[in-house]
Design a protein. Structure first.
Length: 343
């Protein structure tokens, strides 16, 4: 199929996208978290195209996106009551559940593991496409492996334009960072474990299932069974090409000034209007956590495109509400090639 580029999320384009998916093509899919790179999850050849397009190692599993909770048992086996309760509470929404897989789920999707990741995304265009397609869509974030996740259709075209039959334009992603991943496949031995923090918090999960999930590090510390492979678990991820460092708010203006004086073209991402020396590229981020997450990847992408030598990011609060943002910033800083500021 000839690449159609970015198309609006209207009925005829949704139908063409469903046809392209049936033919084994890839489609750029808007979700409420980030844009996905979707393929028919039952078609191993199509799924392999995702890995080729992203440059992603083949043993990293993909999330299967479903049109509704009632398809869960087609993909997951031995579904625990906790999964159904969480699906009822949070789907459509930014929560991915890791469950035992049905035998037919291709190894290409699960990375050869005996589990499968599933979620129902909360974006009208994603739900329309899933309904038109009628079955599960495997979709990782639509970025090249290790790079910043896309939160607009233009970002997807920038990252992977040639590889996709089309990108459905669903506007800027509301949440802006990837779904919370909750492992329910080892309930007997480890209880519920959060593999990747996201907008659905441990407290919100606990309120539904009556048990507080552990974080990944806690579950490993508790001698849990070997953790499943999670691409987002790599120390370096979500990264701009420009070196990036996290700096405490009080030290930021001085540090930016010092770098600039040393001839380093410097940009900063800040939450409040401190004053910076002229010549520092300043990007303002919303002060509240939802707003900050919504704009985070677009802010990093813009700073990355600004021909800078260094991006300084104002460290965010250490409160649990900021865990998911903290997680992404930490990995982005490592991936950009410099250590986090310890101060
Ligand atoms: O918000 C999201 O989750 C977005 C949108 C597109 O839905 N998707 C996304 O996909 O972030 P991706 O592939 O970039 O990250 C999915 C993560 C990976 O770290 C992968 O290792 C993990 O989910 N994952 C998928 N299936 C898994 C499984 N069976 N066991 C453990 N981890 C799994
Ligand atoms: Mg990703």
């Amino acid at each position: 199929m000839r690449p159609l580029g970015v198309v609006p999320a209207q009925e005829d384009n949704i139908q063409s996208a469903a046809e392209a998916l049936r033919a084994g093509e890839l489609v750029g899919l808007p979700t409420e978290t980030v844009y996905g790179l979707a393929a028919d999850a039952r078609n191993p050849v199509a799924v392999r195209r995702i890995f080729a397009a992203k440059g992603r190692p083949a043993d990293h599993p993909l999330i299967v996106h479903l049109p509704a909770l009632d398809q869960l048992s087609q993909w997951a086996a031995a579904v625990p009551v906790e999964a159904v309760a969480l699906g009822r509470a949070f789907w459509p929404g930014p929560l991915t559940l890791i469950l035992r897989r049905q035998p037919h789920v291709p190894d290409e999707v699960t990375g050869g593991q005996d589990t499968v990741g599933v979620r129902v995304p909360a974006h009208p265009a994603a739900l329309a496409l899933l309904a038109a397609f009628g079955s599960g869509l495997a979709a990782p974030s639509a970025n090249r492996f290790g790079r910043i996740s896309p939160t607009t259709a233009a970002h997807v075209a920038e990252e992977l334009g040639d590889a996709v039959a089309m990108v459905i334009d669903g506007g800027a992603c509301e949440v802006g960072i990837e779904s919370t991943i909750l492992d329910l496949s080892r309930l007997d031995t480890c209880g519920p474990v959060i593999l990747r923090p996201g907008a659905i918090s441990a407290d919100a999960i606990a309120a539904v299932i009556g048990q507080r999930p552990l974080g990944r590090a806690e579950s490993e510390g508790a001698g849990g069974a070997q953790a499943p492979r999670v691409a987002g678990a790599l120390a370096a991820h979500y990264a701009p090409r420009t070196p990036m460092r996290l700096v405490e708010p009080a030290a930021l203006a001085d540090e930016a000034g010092r770098q600039l004086a040393a001839g380093v073209r410097t940009g900063v991402l800040v939450r409040a209007g401190a004053s910076f020396p002229r010549g520092v590229t300043v990007r303002m981020a919303p002060a509240d956590v939802e707003g900050y997450a919504h704009a985070l990847y677009a802010n990093l992408r813009d700073l990355d495109a600004a021909e800078l030598d260094l991006i300084l990011v104002e460290a965010v609060p250490l409160e649990t509400a900021w865990d998911a943002v903290h997680d992404r910033l930490g990995r982005a800083a490592v991936g950009a090639g410099l250590e986090q500021d310890e101060t």
